[in-house]
Design a protein around this ligand. Structure first.
Ligand code: TYD
Ligand code: MG
Length: 455
């Protein structure tokens, strides 16, 4: 017999508990537990004894998931080759970053090329969506808009339009209510259960479903975190509002590899893909200026050259400042300590500012060498030659440590005409082939500074 159970769920991380808790033991947030509507404990169907469902593993390969081609190569890369019919994609990001724009452009493209698309807008009126679409191009007749819908209405439309509907967009999941459930839109139960209802119909009807979800910088809003477990693909859109560049990142993908990124630029006519990001991130470099270095970061499988800028200036005795923009703050503290202690750079009474150009965030230790050398260059007021790329992690002893996929990074630097790449010693010295960058293997920051003629 099905038992009724009451569960409490953390609105931040989705942790479940049979009783209410003031503080979530998993994520440490306070006051995030909400009672989940009582539901019968699921009793998974037991297979009959002796029944067999297994198939030879070799017989199931080679059947690629069918894909719906999308409107840009960047989006295709992040999705792992186009939208999979019946799949559920969560597109999360801060408000105003460009989620609606990205998805509306996709909706317009698919409704012109593939079939009907339903754009369910819980946030903007039909007229507002229409005005935005007009700004982005010609609105195809097969693009339907449903304003202020309930989850039941969306489900009904999806069922009625099937087959033939290729995509359903829900903008945003926090603005949708399932009428049969209690709670206001955006509450954990509403977000989860309405997503589950629409996701089920997406699977049944074979229409792809894109759910837009807002998150704040601290990830404070309940919805998307909980949804991550329920959907096939999770994409995050990042960037800062003062720059035009947007990074679309896959953090989960049942149909492709994760951590792929697509780069876009926000323009007057919507988002435009940036097929060659390195060129963009290096475009405004001042050749011959001190305090700048070029890092080679790997975003997913894709290497990118990015300019790192540093500035040092005499601090007031009371307060020494360190500021990192696009780079981990604690990592910056560590690197400045290593530069002081191991290289003897006098940073103790200096403010240090580090900025990654173009609104990109460097999350990889491989950027350490570039950040360190940019700081050293700034502190000594000696420029680093503009045709040098810097690859390597920096350890606490001031040693330059190996990083993944150096070959790829070096190739990208060579493609962009960089003459020299500083690489960790362990990578070894490879002879310079035609059209390749020269490699300078370095063991430590001190050695790197010598090669760069900073010391
Ligand atoms: P939007 O897609 O509404 O963001 P989200 O859905 O993530 O909240 O985009 C927000 C910003 O993008 C807004 O400030 C206006 C700007 N924008 C452009 O610069 N160009 C355009 O063509 C469009 C449609 C929007
Ligand atoms: Mg929006």
């Amino acid at each position: 017999m099905a038992k009724t159970r009451v569960m409490y769920v953390c609105g931040k991380c989705g942790n479940e508990s049979p009783g209410w808790l003031g503080r979530c033991p998993r994520c440490g947030e306070w006051n995030t537990f909400e009672q989940q509507a009582a539901a019968p404990a699921s009793s998974p169907e037991r297979p009959r004894p002796g029944g067999r469902r297994s198939v030879p593993l070799g017989s199931v390969t080679g059947q690629d998931d069918p894909r719906i081609p999308v409107n840009s190569g960047e989006l295709e890369r992040v999705l792992g080759g186009g939208l999979v019919p019946g799949s559920v994609v969560l597109l999360a990001g801060e408000p105003g970053i460009g989620k609606s724009t990205l998805v509306l452009q996709l909706a317009m493209y698919l409704s012109a090329k593939q079939g009907r698309v339903l754009y369910a807008s819980g946030e903007e009126s039909a007229r507002q969506v229409g005005l935005r679409a007009r700004r982005l191009g010609e609105t195809p007749p097969d693009l339907m808009v449903l304003a202020a819908p309930s989850a039941e209405e969306i489900v009904a439309e999806m069922e009625a339009a099937s087959p033939g509907q290729v995509l359903t967009v829900v903008d945003s999941i926090q603005a949708i209510r399932l009428e049969e459930r209690a709670g206001s839109a955006g509450s954990l139960v509403q977000v989860r259960d309405s997503a589950a209802a629409m996701g089920r119909v997406a699977k049944e009807t074979g229409t792809a479903l894109i759910l837009i979800g807002h998150v704040t910088k601290t990830g404070a809003i309940a919805g998307p975190r909980v949804l991550e477990h329920m959907v096939d693909t999770v994409l995050y859109m990042e960037g800062d509002h003062y720059h035009a560049h947007r990074v679309l990142r896959s953090v989960k993908n049942r149909f492709g590899s994760t951590n792929e990124v697509g780069i876009f630029e926000m323009t007057q006519e919507g988002l435009r893909e940036v097929a060659d990001p390195s060129e963009v991130f290096l475009a405004e470099r001042l050749v011959g200026a001190s305090g700048t270095g070029v890092a080679v970061t790997l975003e997913g499988t894709r290497p990118m050259l990015v300019e790192v800028q540093a500035l040092t200036s005499r601090a007031t005795p009371e307060r020494v400042r360190r500021t990192a923009n696009g780079f981990d703050f604690r990592r910056l503290l560590l690197l400045t300590a290593v530069l002081s202690k191991r290289v003897g750079l006098r940073l103790g009474h200096q403010d240090v500012f580090v900025n990654v150009v173009g609104g990109l965030t460097l999350g990889e230790p491989a950027a350490d060498l570039a950040v360190s050398m940019a700081i050293a260059s700034a502190a000594l007021d000696k420029p680093i030659s503009a045709d040098v790329a810097l690859i390597g992690e920096v350890g606490l002893s001031g040693e330059v440590r190996s990083v993944g996929q150096i070959e790829r990074r070096v190739q990208e630097a060579a493609r962009l005409g960089f003459r020299l790449c500083l690489v960790p010693r362990s990578y070894g010295r490879k002879p310079r082939a035609e059209g390749k960058s020269e490699l300078a293997p370095v063991r430590s920051l001190t050695e790197a500074m010598r090669v760069l003629e900073l010391a």
